[in-house]
Write a protein that binds this ligand. Structure first.
Ligand code: ASP
Length: 268
């Protein structure tokens, strides 16, 4: 099994120390590499689950709360022509694995309370929200980033998984780019892409598909840089974010225009 994995911990500003975040991302890559025999999609899910279950980032246990105090998860998984996602799923769930499980079912995109009922039937367990994340929310401090994503290629097959609690204090039921096809995640023969940042701008321009499209005539690094430049042309001036991209040859690239975007990568 030969391949590459690249993960991000969200574009913006972190509430934990950079060392702690980097250590988490390194662990996520190690877990993803160890899952290569189970294919690119499973490797991406495993890597994202490590970050979701940490409570350190804005996904899974650490998910942001919407204005009504409820945590609602968005996550997507894609490989080949398949795309699965959960939208505004209440509570702290391994949303990445839920999205990946939905991908090959008759209804690959599901939203709201119905996903929770489905997840229970499928045997998924809900996590307790991270106490620090809640304290942070109660203090009314600045919105925290930390959406997580992984792009993986194993034996030439690309896959992507992206997971988020969305934007802190966003309107109840707000949905960003993460779970919408071609916006937060995109995968196909050429490679895979995961976006993070202000979801409204990212989805207006279907940034994930646009970024992957650039692989026609440039390297993944150039594609990432072009894409961040394009995001900055957002008509409502909300173009802040970052992107990771991998080509089917396993070449990688990333770019961001925020204070930070932690990444980690590995190859086998
Ligand atoms: N893109 C995510 C959203 O808008 C948030 C983030 O990446 O920080 O829901």
């Amino acid at each position: 099994m030969k391949g590459s994995i690249l993960v991000h911990g969200g574009a913006g500003r972190y509430r934990s120390s950079p060392e702690k975040i980097q250590e988490l991302l390194n662990r996520s890559v190690e877990a993803g590499l160890a899952a290569f025999e189970r294919g690119a999609l499973e490797s991406a899910v495993v890597a994202v689950e490590v970050m979701e279950s940490s409570g350190l980032l804005n996904a899974g246990k650490g998910g942001s709360r919407q204005a009504d105090g409820t945590i609602r998860m968005d996550a997507s998984a894609a490989t080949g022509q398949l795309f699965g996602s959960v939208i505004a799923m209440p509570g702290c769930w391994p949303a990445s694995r839920c999205a990946a499980r939905l991908l090959a079912t008759p209804y690959p995109i599901r939203a709201g309370e119905s996903v929770v009922r489905w997840a229970r039937q499928e045997g998924f367990t809900q996590w307790e929200p991270d106490a620090d994340a809640y304290a942070h929310w109660e203090k009314k401090s600045a919105p925290s980033p930390g959406t997580v994503g992984a792009v993986v290629v194993v034996d030439g097959v690309p896959a992507v998984v992206t997971s988020t609690g969305g934007r802190e204090r966003a309107a109840e039921g707000r949905v960003g780019d993460t779970a919408l096809p071609g916006c937060g995640s995109s995968a196909g023969k050429s490679g895979a892409v995961s976006w993070t940042g202000i979801g409204e701008a990212i989805l207006r321009m279907r940034m994930a598909d646009w970024t992957r499209g650039q692989l026609k005539d440039c390297s993944p690094q150039e594609a990432a840089e072009r894409a961040v430049e394009k995001l900055e042309s957002d008509e409502l001036n909300e173009g802040e974010g970052g992107v990771i991209i991998i080509s089917s040859e396993g070449e990688m690239g990333w770019a961001f225009n925020t204070e930070a975007m932690a990444v980690a990568w590995g190859k086998k």
